[in-house]
Design a protein around this ligand. Structure first.
Ligand code: SAJ
Length: 403
């Protein structure tokens, strides 16, 4: 029996996947509202294939409740917020979750932390708890996830996984659990290395996106087409430049590198600069918008519309999204409040002047800033005809403004 604790973006798919592969699973979460919706058969977020997997898991007998149960293994998938000011991670929820488990778990249980944590968090914040509570019989593991929103279920099954453990015996126990659904290689290492690799993977991507974004700025300054430059440079066998965009959002890549900045402030340089470049992209887009409005005689920001509120295409997740960062910057410049916003995936009103109908949105604007490349717009480019378009994702072809 496995108790998956924390039923968010990672915990829920993991719990469902385990259950669908024959493992007895209880999913627990402190939010009664979340547990209630799952028990009513309603999913709490959208993801390709999640609905079918949910039904498979329900048929296999998965249970959802607020209270933890006695189990052989616990998977902790609670959030790790970080302090925006100090850039340090806050392991409070992870520590609280492990502490709750220690109060009820049977002797010799395995507690696997999946939440992303900064290197050494288990040594500093979790191990002392075991001693304090006289539960040194409990075994710890760290199994950071690598799945990408938009393709989570495929990646849960096919990505390789890193699992940090203290001994080969624990490795075997954890392997038995994950190999029920994971067809990728399962690589064992020590816990500190596992913690570090996760943060390093996301930091690698952040630094590489920052490079692409900086190139976009350089090319803009000198009137060159960055996409053409990248397309050609990438023909070199050892060059693989990523795609510039309006910024980096999500709760992973835009957050994890700060863990290293917070922990090693005197050493980091490239990593800190990359974060600054990516965090500066919404402001760069704003300046582009201003210049394009001027060029086209658009004086009323109320006639400008932002397409896309999520942090990337075809997901409903808006955490740290470039559009939200851009709106925040507009507010700071006292220029907020009038611009129109539309995203087909965001059903609730989360910002002012938010539209839920593409046609109505287009009727009310003269200029569209494409911030997210959802399939809806990729397949409906003709709808933008007659509008001034700033395409920050390079999906609209010729005849529009680019980054
Ligand atoms: N982006 C660009 N240009 C690119 C690629 C991405 O601007 O060439 C932007 C996206 O639009 C988005 C942000 O970066 O705003 C991040 O998107 P993403 O698709 O690169 O990654 P995430 O945040 O959805 O998921 C990442 C993945 N990590 C890596 O690829 C190293 C995923 O494997 C992790 O599991 C996930 O973080 C996580 O939870 O840590």
């Amino acid at each position: 029996m496995v108790n998956v604790k924390g039923l968010g973006y990672i915990g829920l798919p993991t719990a469902l996947m385990l259950a669908a592969h024959g493992v007895q699973v209880v999913g627990t979460d402190q939010s009664e509202a979340l547990v209630d919706s799952l028990n009513k058969g309603e999913l709490t977020f959208e993801e390709k294939g999640l609905d079918a997997l949910f039904h498979q898991a329900l048929d296999a007998g998965i249970r959802f409740q607020t209270g933890d149960v006695e189990a052989d293994a616990y998977i902790i998938a609670v959030p790790t917020p970080y302090d925006h000011r100090t850039k340090k991670t806050d392991a409070r929820y992870v520590v609280a979750a492990v502490s709750e488990v220690l109060d009820i778990c049977p002797k010799g249980a395995v507690v696997v932390v999946e939440s992303t944590i900064s290197p050494s968090t288990i040594d500093r914040n979790v191990r002392p708890l075991l001693k304090e509570k006289g539960r040194e019989d409990v075994k710890l593991a760290h199994a950071p996830e690598r799945i990408i929103p938009g393709n989570m279920l495929y990646e849960l099954e096919h990505n390789s996984r890193t699992i940090g453990v203290d001994s080969p015996e624990v490795a075997e126990q954890v392997k038995a659990l994950y190999s029920s659904f994971c067809q990728g290689e399962i690589v064992f290492t020590d816990i500190r290395t596992a913690e570090m690799t996760k943060v390093v993977e996301n930091t690698y991507r952040d630094v590489n996106i920052a490079f692409a974004n900086e190139l976009a700025k350089i090319c803009r300054a000198d009137g060159m087409d960055v996409y053409e430059v990248i397309r050609i440079a990438n023909k070199h066998p050892r060059v693989n430049i990523l795609t510039p965009g309006p910024g980096v959002g999500g709760h992973c890549i835009s957050v994890d590198p700060w863990f290293l900045v917070g922990d090693y402030p005197d050493i980091v340089d490239v990593i800190r600069s990359a974060r600054r470049v990516n965090d500066g992209m919404p402001e760069f887009v704003l300046k582009r918008m201003g210049a394009i409005m001027k060029e086209n005689g658009i004086t009323d920001v109320g006639r400008v519309g932002l397409y896309g509120l999520t942090y990337k295409e075809n997901v409903d997740d808006t955490r740290e999204s470039p559009t939200l960062q851009l709106l925040h910057n507009m507010d700071e410049h006292l220029a907020g409040g009038r611009i129109k916003v539309y995203d087909p995936y965001v059903k609730k009103d989360i910002v002012p002047n938010q539209y839920h109908d593409f046609g109505a949105f287009l009727n009310d604007v003269d200029m569209v800033v494409v911030l997210v490349g959802h399939d809806e717009i990729r397949n409906g480019l003709d709808k933008l005809k007659g509008k001034v378009v700033l395409d920050t994702r390079n999906i609209c072809g010729e005849g529009v403004y680019k980054l």
